[in-house]
Design a protein around this ligand. Structure first.
Ligand SMILES: *Cc1c(COP(=O)(O)O)cnc(C)c1O
Length: 484
């Protein structure tokens, strides 16, 4: 049976359902599957022509034992999580008709970002486990954009889960905000937090503190669906397989993915797919918040001040999932991970030695894309092909253009487009020539509808946040609704 271990090695391994319900491991580490399932060539061959949902069923069966979720239940949960998608199979488009560079559109879910791909399934799973346990959960999640809407949508109407998406005031787009505040479900309570100097990272600090208090965590039934939740990372392995099968001619040939990286959960999903046996490599594309870029380029993990960028969903200076990646790259040496985490928490910086640094960068090239380059990427692709990228997809495409020379010649590349441009009309406007009206592809009917809907949101200051949350969650557990 696959068990889920803590990256810090400070608590006993747990089965899948426990790992999903707990979010963080008891020692503050992140759950990782052990051992990582290994795929045979024959298995890959069999999966080659599956559609996305069927492929997801196969991949997830490698990680979820049938004693925990029987196969027919797994199928039902997957079907439910993809039901609100416009299309479950993510399109792979090649706007320049360049047969070696594709864009994978991961934004056809209900809230138009790639977060929908894993969130729906995770919430279905949690609800399923809670029903068996006759229990409830309070989800707190700090969001710099798309996690909040995806979670709010997935949780809406679930009887056993209340959800508290927290976002830093003024740091997400109006469209993202509307997606949360117009949900209109009694069990979803969005909170706008004022004066967050470090943006989303400030919120992460509060969340980590609440989770660090075992007693409180128990009483409030806290859990998280941030990308620290292993359920999400596992589900994010599927699109790597899917894109590989759709773009590579011969099984076994290499493929590069260019990924707009924030908390690094998406790329960690890719790393798991690679460890399972998929021959893939990565371009880690950050914006000007280049913590990850410095790790790969210089071997230093150092927190730097947050800078607001045009690709706000990846404005992250502590990419939490990096600890998972480190765990995988040092072959599960939990003492090493624990030492690095402790050092980072104490000094705000860790320097990796040369051996470890070279392990980290094996098959990974990184870059940091400026706002100007992001705008240029949107403008150029639109002008040349009529295809409209969102700012995060643009970071991926700019990263691909910059870094592809670092890989073997003719290696095909898939840039991952993680959001619909309709979520970022102001950035699109800025990118396109002045005076030009937005093209039709910059709109989506669901956003237009949200603009007309009633909103519901709790507003508080950063200093008030912790107390307010505790009070409200306590109340919600008594009354079955957050009761604004
Ligand atoms: C969350 C998000 C990302 C970053 O994904 P991580 O898993 O946090 O690295 C990129 N683009 C968009 C639009 C996102 O919402």
């Amino acid at each position: 049976m696959i068990m889920y271990h803590s990256t810090r090695g400070g608590c006993p391994p747990v089965p899948f359902d426990q790992a999903v319900l707990q979010g963080f491991a008891g020692d503050g580490g992140l759950f990782v599957p052990h051992p990582v399932p290994q795929l045979s060539r024959a298995q890959l061959e069999q999966w080659k022509s599956l559609d996305y949902v069927a492929l997801a069923r196969e991949v997830m069966s490698c990680y979820i034992d049938p004693e925990i979720v029987p196969k027919q239940d797994l199928e039902r949960l997957l079907a439910a999580s993809f039901a609100p998608f416009e299309q479950a199979d993510p399109p792979l488009v090649s706007p320049g008709q360049d047969g070696r560079h594709w864009i994978m559109e991961l934004f056809h879910g209900p809230t138009l970002s790639f977060k929908d791909v894993a969130m729906g399934f995770l919430i279905e799973l949690m609800d399923y486990f809670l029903e068996k346990l006759d229990d409830r959960l309070s989800l707190i999640l700090a969001t710099t954009g798309d996690t909040g809407p995806a979670a709010a949508y997935a949780v809406a109407g679930k009887k056993r889960i209340c959800c508290w998406p927290l976002y830093p005031a003024g740091m997400i787009s109006r469209e993202q905000e509307l997606q949360m505040t117009t949900i209109g479900a009694g069990n979803v309570c969005p909170v706008e937090v004022q004066d967050c100097r470090n943006g989303g990272d400030d919120l992460d600090v509060v969340v980590a503190r609440l989770f660090g208090n075992e007693q409180l965590k128990k009483r409030l039934k806290l859990s998280s669906v941030n990308s620290i939740n292993i359920g999400r990372v596992l589900m994010q392995t599927v699109h790597y397989f899917y894109a590989y099968f759709r773009t590579v001619e011969r099984l076994g040939d290499p493929l590069v993915f260019s990924i707009p990286a924030g908390a690094f959960g998406n790329l960690c999903g890719g790393e798991l797919a690679r460890l399972m046996g998929l021959p893939i490599e990565f371009i880690c594309a950050t914006n000007k918040n280049g913590t990850l870029h410095r790790i790969f380029a210089d071997g230093i993990f150092e927190k730097s001040p947050l800078q607001q960028s045009l690709s706000s969903a990846i404005d992250i200076v502590i990419p939490y999932n990096f600890w998972r990646f480190l765990y995988f790259r040092c072959s599960g040496d939990t003492a090493l991970v624990n030492k690095a985490v402790t050092e980072f928490e104490h000094f705000g910086t860790v320097q990796f030695d040369d051996i470890l640094h070279s392990k980290l960068r094996q098959g990974v090239v990184s870059t940091s894309i400026s706002d100007e380059q992001t705008l240029e990427s949107i403008a150029n692709i639109f002008e040349q092909t009529g295809y409209l990228l969102d700012p995060h997809g643009a970071v991926a495409v700019a990263g691909a253009e910059q870094c592809r020379p670092g890989f073997a010649e003719h290696t095909p590349c898939v840039s991952v487009a993680t959001a619909h441009p309709a979520k970022f009309p102001r950035v699109i406007k800025k990118a396109l020539p002045t005076g030009r009206s937005l093209p039709e592809s910059a709109f989506h009917h669901s956003i237009e509808e949200a603009k007309k809907a009633d909103t519901k949101v709790l507003i508080c200051t950063y200093d008030e946040l912790e107390r307010l949350l505790v009070e409200k969650i306590d109340a919600s557990l008594k009354h079955l609704s957050p009761g604004l």
